[in-house]
Ligand binder design. Structure first.
Ligand code: FES
Length: 123
């Protein structure tokens, strides 16, 4: 039996403001990481989850970004208000939230936002 049901790696990387790829945590506040931990702590039935601080996950164009393993679910352009549904739907129920997911064909696009993610953001 694995020690954890999942690991959530939250990019908290900081770069200088004029970096061409941007970064997920320009203020270094780690706000998304803290919000996920807080939301999980408030759950009655808590799964075995680790919320880990991560450096750059190489999905900077879609940041703020996180990845959930072992499921391999990538989420991007996250906001604080997305946290409750990430916990309720993805961490507790195992559902992928399509509008937050970085499409597989977009992962690692390095420097460009791929068309399917852009279209998803516009809908
Ligand atoms: S800075 Fe967050 S994925 Fe690169």
């Amino acid at each position: 039996m694995p020690a954890f049901d999942c690991h959530v790696f939250v990019c908290c990387n900081q770069r200088r403001a004029d970096h061409p790829r941007g970064c997920c945590d320009p203020q270094g506040s780690r706000a998304l990481l803290a919000a996920l931990k807080e939301e999980l702590a408030g759950q009655e039935k808590r799964p075995r989850v680790r919320i880990n601080l991560a450096g750059c996950l190489d999905q900077c164009e879609y940041g703020p970004a996180l990845v959930i393993y072992p499921q391999g679910i990538w989420y991007g352009r996250l906001r604080r208000e997305d946290v409750p549904r990430i916990v309720q739907r993805t961490i507790l129920r195992g559902e992928v939230i399509p509008e937050l997911a970085i499409p597989p064909e977009c992962l690692g696009s390095r420097g460009e936002i791929c068309w399917s993610f852009r279209r998803q953001q516009e809908s």
